[in-house]
Ligand binder design. Structure first.
Ligand code: JHZ
Length: 394
């Protein structure tokens, strides 16, 4: 057996399945969330997956442009793409609300976004967006209409598609001979280093390492030629990928990053078992922090109702008895309830120290941006609870 499970995060609902007033009183489906390692390819994934339609439909709540950090990151990347690759045609897989493609001329850009409620946003702006799942069939259709593309970009999307064979075969069909595929996803190394077990949730199938990704790409005659490390989403890798036969040279960052991963132990099952032990400790510590504060009758709220925090809250049994409510800037999450734990979510209208003692930071990956925004709250003695790298109050 080459697939070995190393982490059990208990029963978890679909991570972005925010409940409304009616559905919150009904029994919700939960599924065992286990994480496993393919000892052959070193690919780390969740064990049980779901049909894409169950999660990515006309009701998808996530918006890429909800943080300044992401907007800036997309802007910087588009400058880099324009300067370095000078593409005539750019395709984005998982274009969401257009936070990335908005940085390009409309006639140069093609978006693919199956969640039609978000796809509508870019279509309205005049961007050529296809409301379908990424597939060979769609790739052929786009190719026929638009020709080959020079750059394909996909951030936090490929890691949500189970059938990687379909993903990369479809990419191969439409990517120019010397074209560049840029993938951006949370880094497995950083996830293990920072104990961010909440990168695993029912939606996010893979957390890639460079080693695993390169192993998979080989089959499609694709290879990584450069890796940029980003601080986005708790430490991500931006992989620049080329066709094996293209003229582009392999940058030393590829080898260096793969070596770092190997030295950390990403090829050894034992590394993952140790991570699992740290996760159990992390759970106990977080529960202890919450219990202590509640005994002192402190009022705790949440900031950023993330998909990631669905994992933390359900794994650590934190519900509306502990966290009074969440604040979130996303319209489609407001006046709903967190999946599995039924904590109400309200519109963010600013913070006051008056009724809040502690804030559980669900959007810990935007800590710097949020701390900057909440300077006043912090100055007046407001405190945050964060679970990474180990649970603590800051
Ligand atoms: P954020 C989603 O995960 C789902 P989530 C998905 N599976 C994925 O891979 C990643 O995104 C990329 C709010 N917020 O980005 C907005 C504030 O309220 O960590 C969001 O609801 N105020 C596709 O959900 C949430 O926090 C703020 O100032 O784990 C952040 O969600 C800021 C900065 C954010 O992704």
């Amino acid at each position: 057996m080459s697939i070995i499970s190393f982490l059990d995060l208990g029963y978890q609902p679909l991570a972005n399945n925010y409940l409304n007033k009616n559905s919150k009183n009904k029994k919700e489906k939960k599924y065992r969330l286990k994480v496993c390692l393919d000892t052959k390819t070193k690919l780390v994934s969740i064990e049980k997956t779901f049909p894409s339609k169950m999660m990515f439909n006309n009701n998808y709540p996530y918006r890429s442009s909800m943080s300044k950090t992401m907007i800036k990151s997309f802007k910087d990347l588009s400058k880099l793409i324009k300067n370095r690759f000078k593409p005539n045609k750019i395709l984005e897989i998982g274009s969401n609300d257009g936070a990335f493609i908005k940085n390009f001329q409309k006639n140069k850009t093609i978006g693919v976004e199956p969640c039609t409620n978000v796809e509508k946003i870019t279509k309205k702006l005049g961007y050529n967006t296809y409301p379908y799942y990424w597939s060979k069939k769609l790739s052929k259709k786009i190719l026929k209409k638009n020709g080959y593309v020079d750059v394909i970009y996909s951030a936090n999307t490929i890691s949500h598609i189970k059938d990687l064979n379909e993903v990369f075969s479809a990419i191969n069909l439409i990517l120019n001979k010397n074209g560049v595929l840029i993938l951006e996803d949370p880094s497995l190394l950083e996830c293990l280093r920072r104990n961010t077990y909440d990168q695993f949730y029912n939606e996010h199938i893979y957390v890639f390492s460079a080693i695993a990704l390169d192993n998979i790409l080989k089959k499609y005659k694709l290879e990584i030629f450069k890796i940029d490390k980003l601080d986005i989403h708790g430490g991500s890798n931006r992989y620049f990928i080329k066709k094996v036969n293209s003229k582009r040279k392999i940058n030393k960052s590829t080898l260096i990053n793969k070596k770092i991963e190997i030295n950390f132990g990403l090829k050894n099952l034992n590394t993952y078992k140790k991570f699992s032990t740290r996760v159990i400790k992390s759970k106990k510590k977080l529960i202890k922090i919450f219990d202590k504060l509640k005994k002192k009758k402190k009022r705790i709220i949440g900031y950023g109702a993330t998909a990631k925090s669905t994992t933390i809250l359900n794994y650590c049994n934190v519900n509306n008895k502990t966290i009074d409510y969440f604040l979130d800037t996303t319209k489609d999450k407001q006046n709903k309830y967190t999946p599995g734990t039924r904590i109400p979510i309200f519109e963010y209208k600013g913070l006051t120290n008056k009724d809040i003692d502690y804030i559980f930071l669900g959007a810990w990956n935007f800590k710097d941006e949020i701390f900057k925004k909440e300077k006043k709250f912090i100055k007046n003695g407001g405190k945050f609870i964060i679970h990474t790298p180990t649970p603590k109050i800051i």
